[in-house]
Design a protein around this ligand. Sequence first.
Ligand code: SF4
Length: 458
Amino acid sequence: MGRDGRVDECGGLENRYPFGDRRFESSSLRHTRKTIAFRSLGCKLNQYEIQALREGFLKHGFREVPFASPADYYVLNTCTVTEWADKEAKQLIRACHQTNPQGQILVTGCYATASPKEIQALPGVRLVADNRSKNQILFQVTGLQEVSEEESPFFKDGISWFEERSKAFVKIQDGCSYFCAFCKIPYVRGRLISRNESSILEETERLVRCGYQEIVLSGVCLGSYGKDLEGSRRLAGLIRKIIRIPSRFRIRLSSIDPRDTPVELAEIMKESKKLCPHLHLSLQSGDDTILERMKRGYTAGAFEKLVQEIRGRVPSIGLSTDVIVGFPGENDENFKNTQSFLERIAFHRAHVFPYSEREKTKAAVLDGKIPIETIRKREKALKETLAPLTRRYLESFIGKTLEVLVESKRTKDGLLQGFSENYIRCIFQGTETLKGTLQRVEAKEIMGEKLVCNLLTT
Ligand code: SF4
């Protein structure tokens, strides 16, 4: 829905084209009145893609209904990063079939790419599309020539809005060519492929024009952007162009690999408030033996040097990370090295993942499997190591001003909440009309992993 409800380019077509809308009195409307429901599991990329699919179907007369309701069509964008993600997809497919046995279930995404036969065999499944042919689904359902496009991991029309979100994700690349030992993604998302710069700029400009004040650049291996493009200035070059888009908005980077994190990003953060001073720099382990076994391609020392260079330019940068505990062969000493490394780097946030074996990955055949009890113990120990680091980082902002993108109003206490530029969750009094806008706040006190703030601007 365009922010002021007027018919404009900002999408929100759902109730834009009531059945009586004359413009669509053509054969392409034979799908009108067909109801459709969308659901995405997993990462930001999947959420971006389900939005692109949503806009395509709604533009052609379909009417969206909640996923739990009876629908003529269900579109499910699956994930396969863990065993649990596969299970969740199967449960949802069964639930759709139960809700409407006549419903046509269209399944795509990483699990659909990894195990198409398994999914095709489930009741109600009419179409299984792999990751590289998601942009064919609309054509396969409608048969409309006007929507046919060349098979690609990118959608020709891109997106114009983001359902139920105050910020918008923009997909800039797909695939990964690193093949880390534990990771299934390169097998389901394919090798690195970058989107052409002009379509990224066009889409970002459109989203900013439609009022989105935070754009999250997303990809499977974000920092690899442009490696496959002639004469490309890579991610930093792209960001410098996006920053030139006039208007008040900011760019956030989704997770990035240390091998592809040029210090230039920190330079840009220093030069312009438009690039959030926050990096989610995925570490995975702080021990060189395990990093080697993971085929991560860097050492703890190299990672630390990169962090020092970045902090040298942006001392208050928010640094978050991902760590896997229980990777095959991880003994107590390896684990202790990871624990002390996290302390030394002092990340302000970290996702700790228990190792999840994925078939076909190199790690799946490694010896030295770690018992689940040990994995659980290490997971708990790392979270205990991280808690004081988070607190120390939050304390350093008490009394300081931060800029928060207001995302929602909490039901339990009616406070507004959102993330600051350096990715701290902040809560404060304010009216819900501020949702989706950048607001200046002053940090007053700490509550768990959040800052309780006062709103400075209205
Ligand atoms: S860089 Fe990331 S996406 Fe690529 S293989 Fe490694 S963990 Fe997977």
